[in-house]
Design a protein around this ligand. Structure first.
Ligand code: PLP
Length: 462
């Protein structure tokens, strides 16, 4: 099936070249082992190029990317200033070992620390998000001398052993050691409340009561950290109710627990603030980041560390490190990305476009499409919770559905692609998470395609 919009040739758009596409695909199928996949059951699209909010294949089909890759190309593809900064850094100093002070690393750390909330003024650089989580939890355990970590169901924290063990989604199950000192709890999610709540206030109060009871029954002196995504991303973009994160902060203070906010997805402008923590005026003890820090142009992640935790490792060595910690090329990309985001007002743009265009348009779609159960989000971070039945809120597909059971979501995704939109799909949800600097016209084009795709989802409602 041919999908996507016919290619509009721009300055960087090459001519279609199906022969090259076929060779790329053949080598991929023969030699590339893909993440999270049954290798013989996948059919990866061969991508010829990308620019801004679009990418295209070798057959002349172009897609508007409502996924930002894996929610990381916050400034879109191939931003010329960031590409130039990477080229300049490559010419000057491609790499250098982490024990040295290096200009792009120092500058990236300064720019990040100046934007993170409160006293999160020291930056430990990693290669991505999962290892940032690994190190944050190690720091918390060493700082407190306690073994356990509390994490939420409906969360994702990364694919490495500790990060996947604190994850609350089915990707954990195959790697769940069951002994990693992790206890899971329910965070607020009013639309599918575990607490029989009728409104945000009840959900907030009951979720906090549940968390405190969990802490008490686990034994506060055994708990090193509570880790939460400030706004859970892959799990469904559930904005916490007012007061929840402040309440968790207060519980952490009361019981001597380190509060870790995972901003790998929500950070660097996604919510229309530099960090989602800014939306709630809360400061964690550790904040993990990756993705948007340099739009993934070169792999980079890290942990922003509070003064108290940094002091723990003032005279005592921190027992952890990476060969590529603070890689100069990745850090140069971060410096350029943050500067571009400032110069072009990208964070404010995301906030405004979300409030003025995306939110109202999605709510309007919800009125017309019975498959839309709930619309929620902020900035360029939106979810549509798709349902078979609005009354019962039965999800359009069952939790962790695969194969035939997932057919309604597959039909939705195929319809979106046929209309030139590459949608983010997870379980019974689609997320609208385009680059933060997507234009209003592009958003409207994407929303029109989404409208058509939702008609395919409507066909599966009862
Ligand atoms: C909130 C969160 N934490 C951690 C990770 C893991 O990041 P990475 O894939 O860079 O290891 C992700 C990735 O999607 C994420 O969304």
């Amino acid at each position: 099936m041919r999908t996507g919009r016919a290619l509009t040739l721009g300055p960087m758009t090459p001519q279609p070249n199906p022969q090259v596409g076929a060779a790329v695909k053949a080598a991929d199928r023969k030699h590339v082992f893909h993440s999270w996949s049954a290798q013989e059951l996948i059919d990866p699209l061969a991508v010829a190029g990308a620019e801004g909010s679009y990418f295209w294949d070798y057959d002349g089909n172009r897609y508007l990317d409502f996924t930002s890759g894996l929610v990381y190309t916050n400034i879109g593809y191939q931003h010329p200033k960031v590409v130039a900064a990477i080229q300049e850094q490559a010419a000057k100093m491609t790499t250098f070992a982490p024990a040295f002070a290096v200009e792009s690393r120092s500058e990236a750390a300064r720019l990040i620390a100046e934007r993170t909330p409160g006293d999160l003024d020291k930056i430990f650089f990693t290669n991505g998000g999962a290892d940032a989580v690994e190190h944050a939890l190690r720091m918390a355990r060493l700082h407190t001398g306690r073994p356990k970590v509390l994490s939420a169901y409906r969360s994702y924290h990364g694919g490495t052993q500790q990060a996947i063990n604190v994850t609350g989604d089915p990707r954990r199950w195959a790697s769940d050691s069951g002994t990693a000192g992790v206890v899971r709890f329910w965070a607020p999610y009013l639309y599918r409340s575990r607490f029989y709540a009728q409104n945000e206030e009840q959900e907030c109060a009951r979720a906090l009561e549940h968390l405190e009871t969990t802490i008490q029954f686990e034994g506060p002196e055994t708990i090193a950290a509570i880790i939460l995504e400030t706004v859970p991303g892959t799990a469904g973009i559930m904005l916490p109710p007012a007061g929840y994160l402040a309440g968790v902060r207060e519980l952490c203070d009361r019981y001597g627990i380190v509060f870790v906010l995972d901003e790998v997805m929500a950070g660097f402008g996604r919510t229309g603030e530099w960090f989602a923590a800014d939306l709630y005026d809360v400061t964690p003890d550790l904040l993990t980041f990756a993705k948007g820090v340099n739009s993934g142009y070169v792999p980079l992640g890290g942990v922003a560390i509070s003064g108290a935790i940094a002091d723990t490792f003032g005279k005592r060595p921190y027992p952890g490190g990476l060969t590529y910690s603070g890689h100069p090329l990745a850090c140069a990309a971060a410096v350029a990305t943050i500067n571009v985001m400032e110069e072009e007002g990208i964070v404010a743009h995301a906030a405004k476009l979300g409030a003025d265009v995306v939110g109202p348009a999605l709510r309007e779609l919800a009125e017309r499409h019975p498959s839309v159960g709930e619309v929620r989000g902020v900035g360029m971070f939106w979810a549509l919770d798709l349902v078979r039945d609005r009354e019962t809120r039965e999800p359009l597909v069952p939790y962790n559905a695969a194969g035939e059971a997932n057919a309604p979501m597959a039909a939705f995704a195929a319809a979106a692609k046929a209309n030139g939109l590459w949608p983010f799909v997870n379980m019974n949800r689609t997320h609208v998470v385009p680059p933060l600097n997507v234009s209003e016209a592009e958003i409207k084009e994407g929303l029109a395609a989404l409208d058509a795709a939702l008609t395919a989802a409507d066909a599966h409602t009862t």
